[in-house]
Design a protein around this ligand. Structure first.
Ligand SMILES: *Cc1c(COP(=O)(O)O)cnc(C)c1O
Length: 371
């Protein structure tokens, strides 16, 4: 086993750009402009205030955000957002049709959000892909959103199954809430159409420990007053994401990734093109393989971030994963809930890495089919 950093196809925590890793390495010893380790700089320092401010500016620039939006850096991962969202927007509302929040159940992660919402109030599952094994996403004609819903919740990219929406869902008169944990900053996302976007950092844009929340000020009108401070978006907004000790290191690395996206990549339109090129390369191979590699999901709903596929038997998959690892490719095991193979191609994964994987897969197929 000799996994290579540049060939890390892990579903999460995911690969980061090499230049970012080198800067992070240097910062662990000493942040150049401060002379201290990033692990030992006060979260009340001027330096960290500047880090928070630049990160917010970068995210606003990358997403083209304007107006009354807060950009928050919270803890608790996306899982805490599964609760914070309904606590804020559903708690205290009457049960029954007129107050049900609309939820989509399109895969493993959107499924995890449902029981948390039900603790706080009434929800309606607009569409579920459970009976078909989450192999496709709904078309517009299958979706009928309620005009009375307090909000709509969905997941833009189902990390486990490899399903991604390539359009914005919902109605303009109902707040859209979206978990973008595994495709945030991978493409332009029409952020102005969402009332709340959340994304933890550790799939696509940094280490675990920080969750980015972009939310419209207006959404907080009418939020319950008795929420615990730590779980109240208003408290974090007032404190400029420095309410208690934030994860300074994780936030700093996300800043480095946003600088890389802006300066080295050239923005999200360019990033999206690179991500599409990578995905086309891999899916192209699946489609050419005559069933040797079988994509899990319907082609129109394929994710550019996570490609989940199977080989003809679990034994062959095991052999594939072992040989891939021996060749330096890591993180290719499918999620523990469904098995199989999953190649995650986050922003930090290079086109060369996908080319190398495709080369390996072609060679594997050739060797195993000619026996
Ligand atoms: C991984 C993942 C989560 C869970 O995130 P945590 O930060 O571990 O709580 C939630 N949603 C999506 C889309 C994910 O990919």
């Amino acid at each position: 086993m000799n996994p290579r950093n540049d060939l890390n196809f892990s579903g999460g925590p995911g690969v980061l750009p090499e230049s970012v890793l080198l800067e992070a390495q240097q910062a662990v010893v000493a942040v150049p402009e401060v002379g201290l380790s990033v692990l030992g700089i006060s979260h009340r320092s001027d330096w960290f205030a500047a880090v928070l401010s630049e990160l917010e500016t970068n995210i606003r620039a990358l997403l083209g955000l304007s107006g009354e939006v807060h950009v928050l850096f919270l803890q608790g991962g996306a899982t805490q957002q599964f609760s914070m969202v309904p606590m804020t927007l559903l708690r205290g509302k009457a049960r029954g049709k007129a107050c049900q929040a609309d939820y989509l159940h399109t895969g493993y992660w959107s499924g995890k959000a449902l029981p948390e919402a039900r603790r706080e109030g009434d929800i309606r599952v607009v569409w579920s892909g459970e009976s078909n094994g989450f192999r496709r996403l709904p078309s517009d004609s299958e979706l009928s959103f309620s005009p009375d819903a307090p909000y709509l919740h969905y997941v833009s990219n189902e990390t486990v199954e490899g399903l991604q929406f390539h359009r914005v869902l919902g109605r303009d008169d109902v707040p859209r809430v979206c978990d973008m944990s595994s495709d945030f900053l991978s493409r332009p996302c029409e952020a102005e159409k969402f009332s709340l976007i959340y994304a933890h950092a550790q799939k696509n844009i940094g280490p675990a420990g920080v969750t980015i929340v972009v939310l419209r000020d207006k959404l907080l009108e009418g939020a319950p007053s008795e929420l615990p401070g730590f779980l109240d978006y208003r408290i974090h907004a007032q404190a400029h994401s420095n309410y208690n000790t934030p994860p300074v290191f994780a936030i700093y690395v996300v800043l480095l990734v946003t600088r890389w996206l802006i300066n080295d990549i050239g923005g999200l339109t360019r990033m999206a093109q690179i991500n599409r090129d990578k995905a086309e390369l891999l899916y192209g191979l699946l489609d050419r393989s005559e069933g040797f590699y079988r994509g899990r999901v319907e082609p129109q709903d394929r994710s550019t971030m996570n490609a989940a596929f199977n080989l003809s038997s679990p034994e062959l998959e095991k052999r594939f994963l072992a040989e891939a690892l021996a060749a330096g490719f890591s993180g290719l095991s499918g999620h523990r809930s469904i098995g199989g193979v999953r190649a995650s191609m986050y922003d930090g994964l290079t086109l060369q890495a996908v080319e190398a994987l495709v080369g390996f897969m072609e060679d594997f197929q050739r060797r195993l089919s000619s026996r």
